[in-house]
Design a protein around this ligand. Structure first.
Ligand code: SF4
Length: 363
């Protein structure tokens, strides 16, 4: 399995928590110019097209491209025939025409940026959509036959409480998407929230309440028939994100566009984050991964999967012994954070909440 990630770095507004590679475009020409460079970069990977099985167009806000711009991009991906083809959509920039265009070009999965259904909190995040737009987008997508839909949620938001979370989960139950990604809010540098935090106007949520929220999400989504398959991801049976599984299983993927990352032929690649640098030379760095680096990634990414890691085959592949190489893992087993049974190493129910303490063992 090989994946292709395509980054569209433009947004209509900047959310106060966001540290992705993004900007508000000056005008339509700025987007057109970017697409020209992006398509050049896509074409430079033509020899890999046959082996690409997933495409993920993310951002930024890919759905803010107009019809012409969207078609220009999708046309250049036509000779790839992925089994899973995702585009990220923000509800306020979705139109029926765009949905039909996605469908025409083979897109079969939508990742919808919802974050919360509480309008007041959405305003505090500087997100601009209304709940009705979420409902209209999902209904239209289902009408045209795109029914594999992920909803992105964020919890531990400023001023959010467990009742607000209940409200979000009630809407999830009603909309019944195939997949949910639920991440807690992380205070990142270079964000509006971080500046507010430095001024004393923003406080990070209490860890216990955050843990209660996570616990509630797991419990209620499971009751709705979702499988918890990665620390922050939940799926209806058969709808796991194939593209994300490539990342978590140390598979190969190409990343194109500003700030994009890739992992091909043993090299990790990263593109420039600024448009002017990207236009000079797409790539910022290309680093050959040592066996040690790959082992560390395989353990950390692998443990994010709730099913855990087959240590016996990993030990064979990397010629190591888990307990000899990482003796501190025994301590985490004794603390009940990780279990090692029948050759499978995985986080326990308790460990899922404290994954970072386990991951530290491998760093
Ligand atoms: S969260 Fe998404 S929509 Fe908001 S600024 Fe970041 S990339 Fe843009």
């Amino acid at each position: 399995m090989k994946g292709l990630y395509v980054h569209i770095p433009f947004c209509e507004h900047i959310c106060f928590y966001c540290d992705f590679a993004k900007r508000v475009p000056k005008d339509a020409h700025m987007i057109d110019e970017y697409l020209d460079y992006l398509i050049q970069e896509i074409n430079s990977y033509q020899k890999h097209f046959k082996s690409i099985e997933t495409i993920y167009i993310g951002g930024g806000t890919p759905s803010m491209l107009n019809l012409e711009q969207t078609e220009k991009l999708l046309k250049h991906l036509l000779s790839i025939h992925p089994v899973e083809y995702t585009i990220e959509v923000n509800p306020e920039s979705y139109t029926k025409e765009k949905g039909l265009l996605y469908k025409t070009y083979g897109i079969n999965r939508i990742s919808l940026g919802v974050q919360t259904f509480n309008q007041e909190i959405l305003n505090q995040l500087n997100r601009k959509h209304k709940n009705q737009q979420v409902y209209d987008t999902i209904h239209h997508l289902k009408d045209i036959g795109i029914d594999n839909i992920n909803i992105d949620l964020i919890y531990a938001l400023p001023n959010q409480n467990l009742i607000d979370l209940d409200f979000d989960l009630k809407h999830i139950k009603e909309l019944n998407p195939t997949h949910i990604s639920a991440y807690s809010l992380i205070l990142e540098e270079k964000t509006v929230f971080y500046h507010e935090y430095l001024k004393g106007n923003f406080s990070v949520m209490d860890e216990d309440i955050e843990a209660q929220m996570y616990q509630k999400i797991i419990k209620e989504l499971k009751a709705m028939g979702y499988q918890h398959y990665e620390i922050s991801n939940f799926t209806k049976p058969g709808y796991q994100s194939k593209h994300n599984l490539i990342y978590w299983s140390l598979g190969e993927y190409i990343g194109v566009g500003v700030g994009a990352h890739g992992y091909i032929d043993g090299y990790r690649m990263q593109n420039h984050r600024l448009l002017k640098d990207y236009y000079q030379n797409f790539q910022l760095e290309k680093v050959l991964q040592t066996k040690e680096m790959n082992l560390q990634d395989a353990l950390i990414f692998g443990l994010r999967k709730i099913g855990g890691i087959d240590i016996q085959s990993l030990e064979k592949q990397y010629e190591f012994n888990l307990l000899d190489r990482f003796p501190k893992i025994q301590e985490k087993m004794d603390q009940g954070l990780v279990s090692y049974q029948s050759g499978i190493l995985k986080l326990t129910e308790k460990g899922i909440f404290l994954g970072n303490q386990v991951f530290m063992v491998f760093i």
